[in-house]
Ligand binder design. Structure first.
Ligand code: ADP
Length: 653
């Protein structure tokens, strides 16, 4: 090992001296020792062959090479060493001043040429310093290059690893979901559920480990974009609500004052932190509530957006508060604990929050509950209008779209007052008359009454999860009573994939929460028009072109999409994909895997754009893709493998 440098110690430079004259060796060594700021570790060889060998081993910082080595010329040593790829700077020493020899030496690759008479002068010292400095720069550059190459290959490795693991998981999870849907699953349902939950766990572990390694390699990049805060929070709310309901917990999201309507941040990562903290809150709470609070606050002349997730759960012992933010740290021993999880979530959230502008902190009292808090920089929000949270999903395309008025009397059934009010307002806006009910029982009674008065509702919008009487039981009773008008189910996002089962029990259609005004209008106007003309509505079956080279993954995604009512055509290569597009087959959407045998997905997307500039392309890949690459090709969505039923359902909606 070399001595540490820069601590008042002089550097150690290793010198190979190729010299057949002992006097000259001593003279040169003495001169070297006069040089301060360096210590020299001198290896002396006299034999040209040994010299070439040593030089090819690259162990020296400089070589001083005598021009005349007995019968042999130092030039030969120089030439052979260079031929073997020697990078050590070589200085030729000679007994005579000769411009011609100087030139020969330089041409053969020597960095300098010095007359032995100059060995005790400044000229020699300068030559040595120069050669050493040059060597240092070269080796620093080499180290940097090496590190860069390693980083690049690590990136490639991670991207490949991610792809290679996700593709088989697509088949495992996909076929399990398919089997669970079918009749055959009856006997092995519990085993299939075990495979599904373990597969999902494996996937979340894979995501966490990839995130952590990106963080460790300093490769985690944020992709900030504009976020509609209300619709963002609505999405998160509906996702979490189901888990909270399953445990009998109430979930509330509040904002003590109006919030900026738009912020600028990485929505995927912000969602990841919020969902992680909220899932933990739900996981570690058996009674009470999980409350999410948002507010803005000025900190050091910046207006930050704060998030807080508070629960009434088991709490965390004071001595463990710091350690839970470290990877693989959990309060309870993995052997004794009943909750799942690997202990990576908070470590990732801490880093994500730090990069988004604030620190993740926690307060907790054992047995009473915990309160996690973090802040993000929301971009410049000084001129952004502020408003209350409404939990409405934004219409992504046209915000101020005009809707032709609809006619009819609509019953809106939902237990959440906010949602009831919201749907009522939207329907009012469409020109409809609206009556509301708080649960299935009220809805059944009101439908019966409307029938007996001979003024049946023209349409019903009904929530599925409700106290007293749920939507599934209510529809059965409503239909039994002879109510034939359309009843549209409103269901939360994570319950996607149940469209068919809801339609089988009597619903006319299914809409997903968060409510999208445009989708609600389209659905209602279609059913109202059909009812007026007495037509049956044919479900529109989308034609999706699925481009995926892995046969298993392609097959299972096709089956899953078909189980959701879509028509699917497969293409295994870029060429096949282009051929389908040029055929007469009507394609409404392309699902494009990025790893293809004959082309990379993004180049293929560029080619598709020349054939179909407006066709919706959804990119599917094993690793995250930069938003700028996608927007350049007018690609609105990218999905991470594996694709499951609920992601695929969101493509069809
Ligand atoms: P995981 O939940 O997968 O174990 P996390 O990193 O998200 O991993 O959390 C680490 C540990 O912190 C958890 O195992 C749990 O012991 C503790 N913890 C996190 N959130 C809460 C909470 N809301 N209430 C009680 N304990 C919590």
């Amino acid at each position: 090992m070399t001595e540490p440098t820069g601590l008042g110690m002089s550097k150690v430079a290793r010198i190979l001296m190729v010299e057949d004259d002992e006097d000259d060796y001593i003279l040169t060594s003495d001169s070297l020792e006069q040089l301060d700021s360096y210590q020299f570790d001198i290896h002396w060889v006299t034999n040209p062959k040994v010299a070439v060998e040593k030089l090819s081993q690259e162990e020296f910082d400089i070589c001083l090479l005598d021009f005349q080595l007995g019968a042999q010329s130092g030039l030969d040593v120089l030439r052979q060493a260079i031929k073997l790829g020697c990078m050590t700077p070589i200085i030729m020493l000679t007994g005579q001043d000769d411009d011609n020899l100087d030139k020969l030496a330089q041409d053969a690759g020597a960095v300098d040429y010095i007359n032995k008479e100059d060995i005790s002068t400044g000229r020699f010292a300068r030559a040595i310093r120069y050669a050493l400095a040059r060597n240092e720069v070269a080796s620093e550059r080499l180290e940097r290059l090496k590190a860069e190459t390693q980083n690049r290959s690590k990136d490639r490795f991670l991207a490949h690893l991610s792809h290679e693991l996700r593709t088989p998981l697509t088949s495992i999870l996909g076929y399990t979901e398919l089997l669970l849907q079918g009749e055959k699953a009856k006997e092995s349902r519990s085993e299939l559920n075990i495979i599904l939950s373990n597969g999902k766990h494996l996937l979340s572990l894979l995501n966490d480990v990839l995130d952590l390694s990106k963080i460790a390699a300093d490769k985690l990049e944020l992709n900030p974009s504009e976020i509609n805060l209300d619709s963002f929070i609505a999405d998160v709310f509906y996702l979490l609500q189901i888990n909270a309901q399953d445990k009998g917990l109430s979930l509330v999201i509040t904002a003590p004052h109006a919030l900026p309507e738009r912020i600028r941040a990485d929505s995927t990562r912000l969602r990841q932190i919020l969902i992680n903290l909220s899932y933990n809150a739900i996981k570690f709470t058996d009674h009470g509530q999980v409350a999410i609070k948002l507010w803005t606050e000025w900190v050091e002349q910046k207006e930050l957006l704060f998030f807080e997730v508070a629960d009434t759960g088991i709490g965390i012992p004071a001595e463990r508060l710091a350690s839970i933010f470290k990877p693989f740290e959990q309060v309870e021993d993995i052997v004794t604990r009943k909750e799942g999880g690997a202990g990576l979530g908070l470590a990732i959230c801490t880093e994500l929050a730090r990069r988004m502008g604030g620190e993740l902190s926690v307060e907790s009292e054992l047995g009473k509950g915990s309160r996690f808090r973090f802040a993000i920089e929301p971009g410049d929000i000084s001129d952004v209008p502020r408003s209350e949270l409404h939990f409405v999903k934004a219409d992504t395309n046209q915000d101020n779209e005009q809707y032709d008025p609809l006619q009819g009397r609509v019953l809106v059934v939902d237990d959440a007052p906010d949602i009831r009010q919201l749907v009522q307002k939207i329907c009012d806006g469409f020109g409809l008359q609206v009556v509301t009910a708080e649960n299935g029982l009220q809805a059944v009674q009101m439908c019966n009454e409307s029938l007996s008065l001979d003024t049946p509702f023209t349409l019903v919008l009904m929530d599925i999860h409700m106290p007293v009487l749920g939507g599934r039981q209510a529809i059965a009773q409503i239909r039994e009573a002879g109510f034939t008008a359309p009843v549209i189910a409103l269901t939360a996002a994570a319950l996607k994939g149940v469209k068919r089962s809801l339609m089988d029990i009597g619903f006319s259609d299914v809409l997903h929460k968060p409510i999208n005004k445009k989708a609600l209008y389209q659905c209602m106007s279609m059913h109202l028009a059909a009812q007026e003309s007495g037509e049956q509505i044919d479900e529109v079956e989308p034609h999706i072109l699925l481009v995926e080279d892995d046969v298993d993954a392609a097959e299972v995604s096709k089956l899953l999409l078909e189980s959701l009512g879509a028509k699917v055509t497969l293409a295994f290569t870029g060429a096949e994909c282009l051929a389908v597009l040029q055929s007469s087959l009507p394609v409404c959407k392309i699902l494009l895997d990025l790893h293809l045998p004959d082309t990379d997905g993004l180049s293929l997307a560029a080619q598709i754009r020349t054939i179909s500039p407006e066709l919706e392309i959804v990119v599917v890949s094993g690793a995250q893709i930069e938003a700028s690459q996608l927007s350049a090709l007018n690609i609105s969505r990218s999905l991470l493998k594996p694709l499951n039923l609920s992601t695929l359902q969101s493509l069809i909606d």
